[in-house]
Every structure is written in structure tokens, then in C-alpha cells.
Design a protein around this ligand. Sequence first.
Ligand SMILES: Cc1cc2nc3c(=O)[nH]c(=O)nc-3n(C[C@H](O)[C@H](O)[C@H](O)COP(=O)(O)OP(=O)(O)OC[C@H]3O[C@@H](n4cnc5c(N)ncnc54)[C@H](O)[C@@H]3O)c2cc1C
Length: 469
Amino acid sequence: MTRTMSGGTAALRAAVSGPVHVVGDAGFDDARRLWNAAIDRRPSAIVECLSAADVAAAIGFARREGWEIAVRGGAHSIPGYSSCDGGLVIDLRRMNRVVVDPGTRRARVQGGAQLRDVDAATQAHGLAVPTGLISHTGIGGLTLGGGMGWLSRMGGLTIDNLVSADVVLADGRAVRAAEDENADLFWALRGGGGNFGVVTEFEFQLLEVGPIVQFGLFFWEESLGREALRLMRDVVADLPRSMNAVPAAGLTAPPAPFVPAEHQGKPGYALLLTGFGDAAEHQQVTGRIRETLPPTFDVVTPMPYTALQQLIDEPNAWGSHAYDKSGYFAELTDEVIDVLADHAPGKSSPLSVLLFYRLDEAYCETGEDVTAFGGERTPRYIGFFIGLSPTAEMLPAERQWIRTLWEALRPHMMSAGTYVNALEGTDIGEVVTAYGGKYQRLAAVKAEYDPDNVFHRNINIPASGSPTP
Ligand SMILES: Cc1cc2nc3c(=O)[nH]c(=O)nc-3n(C[C@H](O)[C@H](O)[C@H](O)COP(=O)(O)OP(=O)(O)OC[C@H]3O[C@@H](n4cnc5c(N)ncnc54)[C@H](O)[C@@H]3O)c2cc1C
């Protein structure tokens, strides 16, 4: 599929209103950069689209010229699916407008917006879309894979709040997908990734959130790992729906002002606790944690929701070298805790961490067949095992650490696959397992909307349903 530039880019420049970057242009290297510094792809051209018409023109150009296409939202795909070597990147970053209607509690969000754009616009009205934990993630890739974060217990996945999507298809047609229009496409977009077209605009229903929410971080030193993780499990089991918690293992205490100097840079275990309801509710859980196993240090404070959404942006900044794996767990059993406590100290990079998001309550209230999301809607944790190193040289050790840990945890994972937004996607067997019984239906929708697999720079579902060799 990959082609080098054949007829120059004058035709492309003439066809679109946004800037086009080609090899040798000033700014080309900056434009081709992805969040994961370990991925270094060199497309022939990058078009920064300004409209759905630009997207259609870019697709048409690439197809006529026989170029591979990659679609770039927030560029957070860890395997680097939002770029390609020698093809065309359809870059949506300038399509980041968010328009909120507080009357209907709906937001229209362009396909290249970042989570922080969505949060800023919705919070101006005390509203929010449940999304992810890092505000520079793209709404595009996050939504199309599912989307989970602080509000998953209260509001479900991002896709559970999607009302409609405007999509440019492989043949250049612009269509709307919703329950009452192209319903099969709407189903597939909610979990099936970028396989079916380029989403130029999402429409979300909104929840009332904040603007002030509660946050707590409780940190225990490494020697207290097993007790701390057991306490976190017990706390999470009793949380009201308006609260959420992320247990973290192998977390290095940051050089932040709230961390006592003697603990900065030390690895340990932490519980991140959020509250979106009554402050007293949060204080009660805080009290229980402090009484049961006094943390090495903690910080508990109200803060704006937008600040919560940006709280861990910095350790996840652009420019790290990343590798990740994930898995679903019915519970943080003693066996899981033993594996975590045995392996967490083995990391080499202070940025690496093992995080567990809780999925229950609203997450479980969307019917199994309503969306294409592969994870079953039963209460669970998803573990994100994130290797992040400041240099390329350190990444192999982090990758090996994650793989060894993941193998040790594997017998304790739920049998069904994992979250496609944390999948490498190179093993088709893993992709089929991630979607389970929904895989063949997704392949049928693919056959209808993108039979030639124009959109394959993603966790790919070929129209045939069979892996491409
Ligand atoms: C630091 C970090 C933190 C994360 N935190 C969370 C989290 O808290 N919760 C969570 O659920 N996930 C999280 N993720 C995973 C994240 O959801 C995925 O990496 C997601 O694919 C990122 O979307 P993006 O638009 O930024 O990425 P991109 O790399 O731009 O795109 C990813 C894929 O989606 C496609 N795509 C993007 N936009 C569109 C569009 N508009 N139309 C069609 N296709 C499109 C791309 O072609 C590509 O295949 C995190 C990832 C990172 C790196």
C-alpha cells in the first residue's frame, strides 16, 4: 500500500484549504511528530484539514495516487497508527472546535479536538463528557475505541454518551451516523476504532459535573505494597457512584511541592481518589484510608474539574518513549496483588507505572449489544501497564519489564480480550479476541463502508473478517 510521492503535491494543495507539509518543508519534522517518541514515521505529506470537505479531498487525492492513508487526531496511539511511512497523513488537529448547547446539554466536538478543548468548553456550563485522564489525548481515537476515565462510574464510557457522528467515508461521501440514521455504522463507531471513516464531528450528551470536585492522593512506601493494595481494593468496593479511584503500583513519588523532600523520587503505591458529589462523602473515605493504613504522605484538596483532568499531564508529556499492555480483572485478588508487589519494584524508569481503572455502575448499564465495544459490561478493573522512559536506550528494559509482568498476571485476567485503545494490534488473534462475538459483525460493517480497507492504520478489522497476511 505504501507509495512514494509521484505527481507532486500541487494537486493536493489546490484541493484543500488547510496547510500541506511535505518532506523538506520547514516545520515538516514538527508536523510528523507523534506523542510516543519511540515511533519515527516519515509520511510523504501531511495535510492539516480545516473541514469535512478538506478530509474528502485528501482521501480522494490519496486514493487516486495510490498512497496509504493515516488519520491523526491527538497522536496518542502508542503503536503510532496516526502516521505512516511514505503516505498521506490526514491531520485533524486544527479541527478542534467545541460548541456546547447548555439547553439540550449537548456538545458538538470536531474530530481533532483534545480532551482539554472539550473540558474547557463544557465546564463553562458546569457540564462534562466522560473521557480519559490525560487532557492532551485526542477525543477522536479515545472515543472510537471506547473512552474511560474518572467519570466512567458516573457516566459510562465516552461512547455511551455519543449521540451522533459526522463521518467522511472512504469514497468521499459525508454521512451522519446515529441511532436513526446509518445505525449499523453508528454501532460500529462506538468501539470499532477508526476502521470505518474519518469522524469530523462528534455529538455528545453531557453530565452535570463540578466545576469544583474533590481529589486525594494517598501514597505508601514500597514495603507497604501488599497492605496498601488490599486497602485500595476494599475502599473501591464500597465507593458511592459519585466517586472513583485509581489504584497505582510502581508509582514514583514526583518532585512536587506536596511530596515531602525525603520521599521525592521514591517508588511506592498510591490511590488516586476523586469525588464528584458531596465533599463530606469524600472526607469520609479519606478518613477511613488514613485510619486503616496511615499513608506515608497524602494530599487531599478540592480543585476545578479542568485541573483534575490536567493533573497528570506532565508525567505523560509528549516526548517519552512508550510501550504499554493492558488486561481486565474481575477483582484485585490477593494473587493479583502478590504479582504486582513482586514485579512493581523491577521498573527502571521513574515515569513507568501500573494503573487500575474501575469500571462498574454506569459502565454496566449500557446493553452488551448496544455498542461495538469489546469488553463485557460487568464490573471489573482494567489494568494499564505503562512503560515510559525518557530515552530510547531505557525503553527495551521497560518493555521487558511490562511483558514479564503481563505474563505473570495473565492467569488472573478475565478470559475475554482487552481494550483496543491499549492494544498493539500487530497480532490479529488479539484483535479478534478483543472484540469477541462482535468481530464478524464489525467485519460486515467494514465491508459495507470501507470494502477496500482504505482506513487500515488502526486496530484493523479487514472486510473479509480474516487477517490480512
Ligand atoms: C498518555 C496517554 C494517556 C491515555 N489515557 C487514556 C485514558 O485515560 N482513557 C482511555 O480510554 N484511553 C487512554 N489512552 C489511550 C487513548 O485513548 C488511545 O491512545 C487513543 O487512540 C488516542 O486517540 P488520539 O486521537 O489521541 O490518537 P491518534 O494517534 O491520533 O489516533 C488513534 C487512532 O484513532 C484514529 N483516529 C483518531 N481520530 C480519528 C477521527 N476523528 N476519525 C477517525 N479515526 C480517528 C487514528 O487513525 C488512529 O488509528 C491514553 C493514551 C496515552 C498515550
